[in-house]
Design a binder for this molecule. Sequence first.
Ligand code: HEM
Length: 396
Amino acid sequence: MTPFSLQGWPMDDIADPYPVYRRYREARSVHEGADAFYVFGYDDVVKVLSDRDFGRVARSTEDGIPVSLPVPPEFAVLRTVVENWLVFLDPPEHTRLRSALQKEFSAGVVTALRPRIARIAHDLLSRLAGEADLVGGFAAPFPIMVICELLGVPAQDHEQLRDLAVALQGASSTRTGSSRFIDAEDAARELDAYFRDQAEQRLPGERDLIALMAGIPLSTERIVGTCVHLLTAGHETTTNSLAKAALILRAHPELVADLRDHPDLVPTAVEELLRYDPPVQAVTRWARQDAVVGGTAIPAGSRVIALLGSANRDPARFPRPDVVDVHRPADRHLGFGIGIHYCLGATLARAELEIGLRALLDGPRGWERAACHVEYAADMVFHGPARLLLDLTDSL
Ligand code: HEM
């Protein structure tokens, strides 16, 4: 078998990587790949993400710089922004920042946001007509506008923030070469200036997330890093989930009918869609010490990539894993990860997906049957269509 890698994945196979995962997983759960150890089986992915033998920060360093940070040192602003991201911290720093932020992502806060989330979804969908891009016109602006609400930044800035978030996120794509960092560094500079300015403008008594962080108080670097992190973590993930949900529904007309007749099934459908085709296919960890996973020895300092997409299709955990079944109890899927880095925005994301899916089911007439052209982004980590063009001319 050729050594596995997510880098340079063939575009022809990008929409459906699951048969490839299956081939490797059936051979064994852990493979030493070209650039990392890859973990395919459900139980072993859970082990890597839950076990203290694996962390986000590599212990080995080159010239005192942790080698685990995904940005080369010459891209200084990007690096400072990214090293403040919750997802790149280990305890105790991770624990401190996560507990400071947790309250703002509670069920109560999300419930209060629901009417505004619904308004945004319906407004965007009501504007789709003629030749429409479901990603550019709905799935992408929707979560960015919700995050703007949460952060308390002007809604009219959402397009600029989205473009910058996409440019910055390009640095983490599975494209090879370092050219992807150049645009990301420019985007990081602009985002840094934007959020510094926002943090300075906050007055005591304001109640948005930036004001909360300024009041804790967190350092300006932490505030800027967290704002950019939320923008990227909460944006492409939700966008890709919605776009993939639309594609799965189009391929299963019986499911569309079932959900329209039984809207109470939407929350379990959201979980099943996140299991079946998760928008985050893989997460990285570093071995802090020698470890054994799935019978494979992993030396200290190794990079380990846990394949959430493969684990969610492991038949040892999910019977008939390649079937979309909205009646299955999909509560243990790994779409939001597991362990201490479990998605901080999961409650918000679930609300956005539930509201977005309901709005889509009631949305532009005949979208699920309209002629469609799909282009996937060249990224195997943040995975999903970059464009989903629908011909809605007949639905006018
Ligand atoms: C972490 C998935 C939406 C904020 C994660 C992780 C996954 C994930 C898999 C774990 C990363 C790891 O273990 O390395 C998703 C999916 C989403 C989504 C599938 C949508 C369908 C959101 C939203 C926000 C958000 C809406 C906030 C606005 C975060 C943060 C972390 C995180 C801050 C880091 C948590 C930590 O390190 O403690 N997400 N996410 N996510 N997510 Fe999400």
